[in-house]
Design a protein. Structure first.
Length: 176
């Protein structure tokens, strides 16, 4: 059974949707950020503050390589996992990739409304959050598009609606 891999930028619903989808489809749920936390023994923010982005991305690549042996799971990835070409290749071959999207304004609103996000997610640049989000979406869009088998807009959908939309797409394409 193929993995269902959920990609996309921060606050597009990857973890929340992934957990709910796994529950409904009776599949294991894996979050790459949680695997990194277990591997390092620190939060993502602490790991980056202590050892830097290069170290974090190296650990992220190790986690993705380990996932190549996994089957039948719902996997939520970190927003920048596709910055590495090797990760793109692995994820594309080990499952069906769903790209969750939302516009920059929606993402910023979600980031600011989620107290956990503002304290646990490291800044990606020296810019304000709106400028950073717009720039990162523009930068990462080609990688997301290249890997995505399906694009799911989460902008005007809650978690349950997004999960139902995904189920409909998967059923219509005989993936389930």
């Amino acid at each position: 059974m193929k993995n269902i891999i959920i990609i996309g930028y921060r606050c597009t619903g990857k973890s929340s949707v992934g957990k709910k989808l796994a529950e409904i489809l009776h599949r294991p749920f894996i979050d790459t950020d949680e695997l990194i936390i277990k591997k390092t023994g620190r939060s993502i923010l602490e790991t980056i503050e202590t050892d830097g982005w290069t170290y974090f991305r190296r650990i992220e690549c190790e986690v993705v390589q380990e996932l190549a042996a996994v089957t039948g799971s719902i996997i939520a990835t970190g927003g920048g996992v596709l910055d590495d070409h090797g990760n793109r290749d692995i994820l594309k071959t080990c499952g069906l990739c769903l790209w969750l999207t939302a516009d920059a304004a929606t993402i910023v609103t979600r980031l600011l409304c989620d107290g956990e996000s503002t304290h646990s997610r490291p800044a990606l640049s020296m810019h304000d959050i709106t400028t950073e989000t717009r720039a990162m979406l523009l930068k990462r869009e080609p990688a997301y598009r290249a890997v995505a088998d399906y694009v799911i807009d989460t902008q005007h959908r809650n978690i349950d609606e997004t999960v139902e939309n995904i189920r409909t797409i998967l059923q219509a394409n005989e993936v389930l």
